[in-house]
Design a protein around this ligand. Sequence first.
Ligand code: UD2
Length: 319
Amino acid sequence: MNVKSYLVTGGAGFIGSHLVENLLAEGCHVKVLDNFSTGFESNLMDFPKSLPGKLEIIRGDIRDAESLAAVIPGVAGIFHLAALVSVPQSIDQPDLSFDINGRGTQLVLDQARKSGIKRVVMASSAAVYGDNENLPLSEDEMSLPLSPYGLEKLLGEQMGRLYTELYQMNVTCLRFFNVFGPRQPPDSPYSGVVSIFAKKAAAREIPAFYGDGLQTRDFVFVQDVANALKLSMQSNFSGFHVYNVGSGKEITVKALWDAFGLVSGFDEVAIQLPARDGDIKASLSDISRIKADLGFHPSEDFKKDLQATYSWLKSELNS
Ligand code: UD2
């Protein structure tokens, strides 16, 4: 990638910080716009000092047009990752969720348009599919979201599509499956199962399966997601594109806990609690489109990626 300047909204978050690290390693100039509601400055302090790129951190909200207008001009492209990222929270607070994910995304796209920025890569989610059982899910499968979050991500995609048609912009939306890795917070009520299990294993505490543990998910390592974002920007794409970003493999929640047993040496049997309301039984991405178009190749070494996640969690617990 040529040395260029990029804006990453939500760049201090779990996924954003890995993208920022990846871009800095390429020598890029990166501006981060983050309101630090769920992101942490410490996520951006974790990087090796030797990274050649330049980082600028701006505290601000995507819903504030002035903040956007101050940071957007001059960048070669925008990665839009800032969001209210929790499905359950979006159900509890649909107004707030729409304000951030719906209106906020519209403001980012529109400020890009006004500033003449032609390339936007946006975070979408497997939540747009709802409980679609036609696995593996291709991008052409029907979208029937079951939460405000999923609906707003679908709306964001459609706004992106419209902006490409009306204003000759280029927008790519990436539908993330279950992302895991270092810097994923384990303590929020909305934490992902991998970070919860990593913390349980590190603390030698027994976890719970919601239901029988035989539900499956497609877990994708956060560095692969960062790579998919960068490849999307690099591809010099034109027009509108949607891609799944997953591992292309499904494993059960029970197998996940078993894998943590191997990584951590703690192999107690999990307890079972009632299944979560609205929990889907299975999830699996078809990633042939992103492989063919962008040369995306996710990690083949799940155990190594779990080990990296576990090591980070342990160091956090000890710090
Ligand atoms: C994921 C995404 C969500 C949305 C959704 C779309 C995460 C963290 N969340 O929700 O943002 O994109 O997919 O479908 O990636 N579980 C246990 N024990 C625990 C915690 C979880 O058994 O202590 C189970 C849970 O019931 C579920 C599975 O693990 O069956 C995965 O749960 P999750 O919260 O990590 O993610 P998910 O798939 O509900």
